[in-house]
Design a protein around this ligand. Structure first.
Ligand code: GTP
Ligand code: MG
Length: 577
């Protein structure tokens, strides 16, 4: 049989599979496997700044990235207790010696510095902790199930969607529902009235007593939690008298629903998400004078599972916000060692890129002296010397993004936590003041949407679902899915709220300054920002109380690396504020 795959390399489409290219065609690059010079494009780029800042569209590196993931964490079930008896040469019917079952493994979550994306978790769909092993004869306890730690990047938010906890649902661990202790031989009868259940005790020998109706003892609701000795006959099994299930405290306290954890700092210790089930008790626990050879043990607890949603908000110091094709990725390349994709069309960048700006050039002599808050809560010094800062480049924002136009405003969550916002404006494209206003309007509307979502979430968390609340109450607090902006008389959307982003320090990077005829545009922008600083013009977002202390525009030509150092100094100044 002949091979059905084409032997020709012509089917390889370089546009669709650019990462497979080792270089670019125009500068002596080559496809994989094709003879050519043995240096990579990154080596060429690293040595030649002109090539690095004006690369061809196929000269980039795109690491795997996902900022959302949904998965179900299953804790491990407990192992069963064992029913066994000592049997030796001269002891045919020895005492009970069944071991206890091992506890199930727990599922934890931990934010660590090494992780940068959720793509591995997005593909997994579920994680499962190990089951506890069953107990064995000769009093051998089962081993504990393995714990699982989900490691996520710093900046991840964990939200619970649903959970299934069979043990909690049965009320067995809920101390509020603890039944009264009763004698082993007494069986409870209940007569339910309209308001509350009245309890009467039915005790053997009371049959026929006045006021007590003779009834069959009710089925033990915990019958399914017992294991019977496999060797006993079915009639013996039916008549076996089981004691009350012993109440046991959980070793690990299950987090209260709904789980909502903001992992904005690395967590020194893993945080418990789902606690494993307790192991069952072996038959020696039930041995007594009356019952020296218990023919039963308890089963291990059923495990709980929790469905969670993970959302990553990249924690960069500076967020680049700009219209598509403004030159954000080129600027990121100029500031850092990033190999973000650059192209002369809109939406070249489809997912966020993070670059690190090294202040001391790795030589221990910082170009700029700067301090940042210390991450380590145990450290005595509150600030440490800053040697680097990170910059996030996100897909371009277009006007009407709040109406879900373009790539939407979902990517703004990656700059939401940035310490400083840098608005990248192309001086050669259009009026820079208008572009700045358009960008700030979208950012302001996004901030407003986030605030509404957050307050709706808080109200939802406070709802008493057990109360006889009308459906209207619930609908009232349900978050709106889209922001419907109010419009001013001039047709521009009006932003209400959103101060948590508008209060951040910001500046404008006026890029493509090398293009002839852009000076007037820059001068107008600079004057406009000076008026905002003096308080003669409102903040471009229109939000009251927004940051207007020292609004600056820095002219650069990122493609030539001109003026980029000033951005570094300015940013550090704002970060230190
Ligand atoms: N003349 C000139 N061209 C520039 C400059 N900076 C970027 N460009 C060009 O502008 C185009 C767009 O640059 P990108 O860096 O991809 O722009 P972007 O904002 O990341 O675009 P999106 O990812 O699509 O939002 C590319 O062709 C760059 O070569 C500059 O300073 N001067
Ligand atoms: Mg880009």
């Amino acid at each position: 049989m002949t091979c059905r795959c084409s032997a020709s390399r012509r089917v390889f489409l370089p546009f669709l599979y650019p990462p497979f290219l080792a270089g670019n065609g125009s500068r002596g690059g080559r496809m994989l496997g094709v003879a050519g010079p043995r240096h990579s494009s990154s080596q060429v780029a690293a040595t030649d700044p002109a090539v690095r800042l004006n690369p061809t569209p196929d000269d980039y590196s795109a690491p795997f990235f996902a900022d959302k993931a949904k998965l179900t964490a299953y804790a491990g079930g407990g192992g069963n207790g064992c029913i066994s008896f000592l049997r030796e040469l001269f002891i045919p019917e020895g005492p009970a010696n069944g071991g206890d079952g091992g506890h199930g493994g727990n599922v934890y979550i931990q934010a660590v510095h090494g992780e940068t994306s959720l793509h591995k978790l997005a593909r997994r769909r579920f994680v499962r902790a190990g089951k506890g092993k069953h107990g064995q004869g000769s009093s051998r306890g089962g081993t504990r199930g393995d714990d699982v730690i989900i490691t996520v990047p710093v900046g991840t938010i964990v939200k619970e969607i649903s959970r299934n906890d069979p043990e909690a649902d049965s009320g067995w661990h809920d101390t509020a529902k603890k039944p009264r202790r009763r004698s082993r031989r007494s069986v409870k009868l209940t007569a339910v009235t309209d308001q509350e259940a009245e309890e009467t005790e039915y005790t053997e020998g009371d049959e026929g007593a006045e006021g007590v109706t003779e009834q069959e003892p009710p089925e033990d609701p915990n019958r399914h939690k017992w294991l019977l000795y496999p060797g006993i006959s079915s009639s013996e099994a039916a008549s076996v008298e089981l004691p009350f299930l012993p109440r046991r405290d959980r070793i690990f306290v299950q987090p209260r629903p709904p789980v909502h954890i903001d992992l904005s700092r690395p967590t020194a210790r893993p945080i418990l998400l789902a606690a494993g089930g307790l192991g069952g008790l072996g038959n020696p626990h039930f041995a007594s004078r009356d019952r020296p050879r218990p023919m039963f043990a308890t089963k291990g607890e059923e495990p709980m599972s929790i469905e969670i949603e993970l959302e990553l908000k990249l924690l960069a110091d500076v967020g680049l916000v700009g219209l598509p094709n403004a030159g954000k990725s080129t600027l990121l390349r100029a500031l850092s060692n990033s190999r973000a994709r650059v192209g002369h069309w809109e939406f070249t960048t489809l997912q966020p890129n993070i670059g690190t700006v090294v202040l001391d050039n790795n030589k221990g002599r910082p170009l700029v002296t700067s301090f940042r808050a210390n991450d380590d809560p145990d450290a005595e010094d509150e600030t440490v010397r800053r040697t680097r800062f990170t910059v996030a480049d996100i897909p371009g924002l277009i006007e009407g993004a709040h109406l879900d136009k373009g790539l939407g405003i979902a990517f703004l969550r990656h700059v939401e936590r940035a310490g400083v916002l840098a608005f990248v404006i192309d001086l050669s494209a259009r009026n820079a003041v208008e572009a700045l206003k358009a960008l700030w309007t979208e950012v302001g509307l996004y901030a407003q949407m986030r605030e509404e979502e957050e307050s709706a979430r808080e109200r939802l968390a406070n709802i008493d679902w057990s109360a006889r609340a009308g459906l209207e109450d619930i609908e009232e607090v349900w978050p709106t899915t889209q922001v419907m902006a109010d419009y001013r008389t001039d047709g521009t959307p009006e932003v209400k709220g959103g101060l948590h982003i508008a209060a951040k320090p910001w500046f404008v990077v006026a890029t493509k300054g090398d293009v002839p005829g852009t000076q007037d545009n820059f001068a107008e922008l600079r004057d406009h920002l000076a008026r905002i600083t003096r308080g003669e013009e409102p903040h471009p977002s229109g939000v009251d109380g927004a940051w207007t202390e020292n609004c600056a525009a820095i002219p650069v030509s990122a493609i030539n690396g001109h003026g980029v150092d000033r951005i570094m100094h300015w940013t550090v100044g704002l970060l230190d504020e």
